[in-house]
Design a protein around this ligand. Structure first.
Ligand code: NAP
Ligand code: MG
Length: 515
């Protein structure tokens, strides 16, 4: 009898494993149209290194595909293709309106392929399909469309200088732009970089993150289809070594990077080494989210849950330092725990799933080590703090209360579903504590008092402040950090000017005319 039930147990386990394998096979076979090669000069090629790297599905830790790994030789070829396209190709002679038309076509193609792109993003990154469909893909299409429209709205000035001169300014593209993007919003962050760079008339060599190369490469296919000439966009999947080489390369005129502050600092240093590149950096954060005592607790809970848990907590602007007024602190902690426990974790392809796995094992381990530090340093673990399930890089929504400013979890970017709740007494104190960080990306404020809201808005040393909302982000809202959270802005009108040089022209006139 015991033998039979053991046999049955193993049979059902094997059956389950077989079923999971079949499900993965079917899931992966749906996306057979993805690319795994490098895009150089509008051709799909293998890496000169003859090396590949696996990209994984973080929900089950299984390999999706082997992707070509770019090296130095590939980088040189891509940079030369971009330089040739910038200096001699048809691209340099396109009008702003023509570049806009190509970007409109790309936005249309993103929308026509929305379903496939959303699934590819979820497969490679692990984010819930409802987010990929409703947030990432629409934001990507709208960003390309916004910069399509902005392309022919860049205007110089006439400048009334003294003497018989006619003086005006005009904007020109910078040249070859190197772009390095991370894995948390692969499609959207690709559009934040490509949209303004191409509208401005530059050519691009881009390195997608090693964890999530697939959607960026699929967009490469659409870029070729949209009619961008050879060499205008080159895509080099690979590791940080290619990113480092790109930031040093003497033929690259500008570097744009999104990722950690640590790597951002390296890039800033590298980009001044052989030539003086223009640099924009969108880096990490430890954003304060301040809940005043007049706040409606339910609204504050809603805002803070979105602000922390969206995208599995993998957001640079996550409201990861929650400052709650002492009068409502206990009620706030209690409701936060309740709401955190009710979040639905699961298969990212299930439409009802709210939280998927973290992107990879490195991130999973990093977050778990922060949780351990939180416990060791005396924060109170109210819920979560452990792995969810036994397959995939899932972490239970985690809430720490009684967090103090000097604890590691209150100072360092965790980039995961870990909420740290702190108590404060008055406005001056909370402003001082909120600003006591080397980061300055974003902040949140929840209050019904307009005066207090405005006071906080002006006092906080950050690039974006959300009042009674969080994570509201659209293609026309400039986004970027103060202090060590970055240099320059992405999105909005600001971003296109970071991809342009301004030229001053002074022409002598024969006679003095009316001023
Ligand atoms: P990261 O190291 O900053 O990587 C971001 C990108 O830079 C990747 O494409 C990476 O390539 C590349 N890279 C790595 N070293 C480089 C170098 N020396 N020169 C040029 N490029 C280089 O970020 P991560 O390791 O993926 O994540 C670590 C932490 O960074 C996270 O936990 C989070 O705190 C933060 N982060 C912030 C953002 C954001 O949106 N601001 C996004 C992602 C991560 P590989 O793919 O080979 O690493
Ligand atoms: Mg992956």
């Amino acid at each position: 009898m015991a033998v039979l039930s053991t046999f049955k147990f193993f049979e059902s386990k094997r059956l389950m494993e077989l079923l999971i394998k079949m499900k993965n096979l079917i899931r992966n076979s749906v996306y057979r149209s993805y690319r795994t090669q490098l895009l150089i000069n509008n051709e799909w090629v293998n890496a000169a290194t003859h090396k590949t790297f696996p990209t994984l599905d973080p929900s089950n830790e299984q390999k999706i595909a082997d992707v070509q790994r770019a090296g130095d030789e590939d980088l040189d070829k891509a940079v030369m293709a971009a330089k040739q396209a910038f200096e001699h190709g048809p691209w340099r002679r396109t009008t702003a309106r023509e570049r806009g038309q190509m970007l409109y076509k790309l936005a249309d193609l993103i929308e026509a392929n929305a379903d496939e792109l959303a699934k590819l993003e979820t497969l490679d990154n692990g984010k819930p399909i409802s987010d990929s469909k409703n947030v990432d893909v629409p934001l990507t299409a709208s960003t390309y469309r916004y910069y399509a429209g902005l392309a022919d709205k860049v205007q110089g000035k006439t400048i009334p200088i003294d003497g018989p001169f006619f003086c005006y300014s005009r904007y020109e593209p910078i040249g070859v732009v190197g772009q390095i993007i991370p894995w948390n919003f692969p499609l959207a962050l690709q559009s934040w970089k490509l949209g303004p760079a191409l509208a401005a008339g530059n050519t691009v060599v881009m390195k997608p993150a090693e964890q999530t190369p697939l959607s960026a490469l699929k967009v490469g296919e659409l870029i070729v289809e949209a009619g961008f000439p050879p060499g205008v966009v080159n895509l080099l999947p690979g590791f940080g070594d290619v990113g480092a080489a790109l930031s040093i390369h003497p033929e690259v005129d500008k570097i744009a990077f999104t990722g950690s502050t640590e790597v951002g600092k390296l890039i800033a240093k590298n980009s001044g080494e052989r030539n003086l590149k223009r640099v924009t950096l969108e880096l990490g954060g430890k954003s304060p989210n301040i809940i005043l005592d007049d706040a409606d607790v339910d609204q504050a809970i809603k805002q803070s849950q979105i602000g922390l848990y969206f995208n599995q907590g993998q957001c640079c602007i996550a409201g990861s330092r929650l400052f709650v007024h002492e009068r409502i602190y206990d009620a706030f902690v209690e409701k936060s725990v309740e709401c955190s426990r009710s979040r639905k974790l699961g298969d990212p392809f299930d439409e009802a799933t709210q939280q998927g796995p973290q992107v990879d094992k490195t991130q999973f381990d990093r977050i778990m080590s922060y949780i351990e530090k939180g416990k060791a340093e005396g924060a109170k673990l109210c819920t979560g703090g452990v792995r969810w399930g036994n397959k995939g890089y899932y972490i239970e929504p985690t809430v720490f209360s009684d967090v103090t400013d000097e604890m590691t979890i209150a100072k360092e970017e965790i980039f995961g579903p870990v909420m740290s709740i702190m108590k404060f007494k008055d406005m001056d104190e909370v402003i001082k504590r909120a600003n006591a960080t080397h980061y300055g990306l974003g902040a949140g404020v929840v209050t019904k008092d307009l005066e207090k809201a405005l006071h906080l808005v002006n006092a906080l040393r950050v690039g974006t402040v959300y009042v009674n909302c969080y994570d509201v982000l659209q293609c026309n809202t400039p986004f970027g950090g103060y202090k060590d959270s970055g240099v320059g802005k992405e999105l909005g009108e600001d971003a296109i000017y970071s991809y342009l040089e301004s030229k001053t022209v002074i022409m002598k006139k024969d006679k003095m005319t009316l001023p």
